[in-house]
Design a protein around this ligand. Structure first.
Ligand SMILES: C[S@@+](CC[C@H](N)C(=O)[O-])C[C@H]1O[C@@H](n2cnc3c(N)ncnc32)[C@H](O)[C@@H]1O
Ligand SMILES: [Zn+2]
Length: 200
């Protein structure tokens, strides 16, 4: 994680701001450390470069879904040439110009293939979140880009206020125990006048 991400993050429990503790860094990249919420005193670890901002308890259904996908992504983490065409099909009627200079959330980012494309389309900042170990692949695939941040987090307990011009989610919401709750949660993080695109 890089320090710039801090300005977007809040505690998912109380919306308090975090104090960053750095235990180990590689240049601007914070590899090990913690995010400490001042108001409620929750502490979330940063391990292997990824902030892990997960609620204490996750229900069974969510665990099973993210575990299954996490297995898949950590074993099949290559990116394919066909990803761009496929992504644009799923995002239609949005086009690459709708990403330009935008602050973007990729909700349920898997191995980060669309976070990477969003950056290539000119997004100012991209945040990819995923509940599962897929974040390890997403981090590997995007670490070279200063404006892409990967966070292990839950769509239903997002650690942000409303910083996003564009929120999208591809192939995720229909797997949640309550797709409606997932959609409502995502909408709450879109800036007034911003856009949301959900493919199911
Ligand atoms: C079919 S994959 C799609 C991944 C990515 N959007 C793509 O198209 O490459 C679904 C992803 O949703 C993630 N996921 C499932 N439940 C989630 C939740 N509650 N919060 C965040 N991510 C979740 C899974 O871990 C998995 O990586
Ligand atoms: Zn808090």
């Amino acid at each position: 994680m890089r320090r710039e991400l801090l300005s977007l993050l809040v505690c998912p429990g109380c919306e308090g701001s975090f104090e960053l503790q750095v235990d180990r860094a590689d240049g601007a990249e914070i590899l090990e450390g913690a995010l400490a919420c001042q108001p409620c005193r929750s502490i979330f670890r940063i391990t292997r470069g990824i902030p892990r901002i997960l609620p204490d308890t996750l229900n069974q259904g969510k665990d099973a879904t993210s575990d299954a996908f996490g297995y898949e992504w950590s074993h099949y983490s290559e990116l394919a040439d066909t990803d761009k065409k496929e992504f644009l099909g799923w995002m239609s009627p949005l086009t690459p110009s709708d990403f330009e200079d935008r602050v973007v959330l990729d909700a349920g980012c898997g191995k980060g293939r669309h976070s990477l494309l969003s950056a290539q389309f000119g997004a100012r900042t991209v945040v990819g979140i995923d509940l599962s170990v897929a974040v390890e692949a997403a981090y590997r695939n995007t670490r070279h880009l200063d404006n892409v941040h990967i966070v292990q987090a839950d769509i239903l307990n997002l650690p942000f206020k409303r910083p996003f011009d564009l929120v999208y989610s591809v192939g995720v919401v229909h797997h949640l125990p309550s797709p409606a709750d997932g959609f409502s949660s995502l909408v709450k993080h879109v800036k007034p006048g911003g856009r949301i695109s959900v493919w199911v």
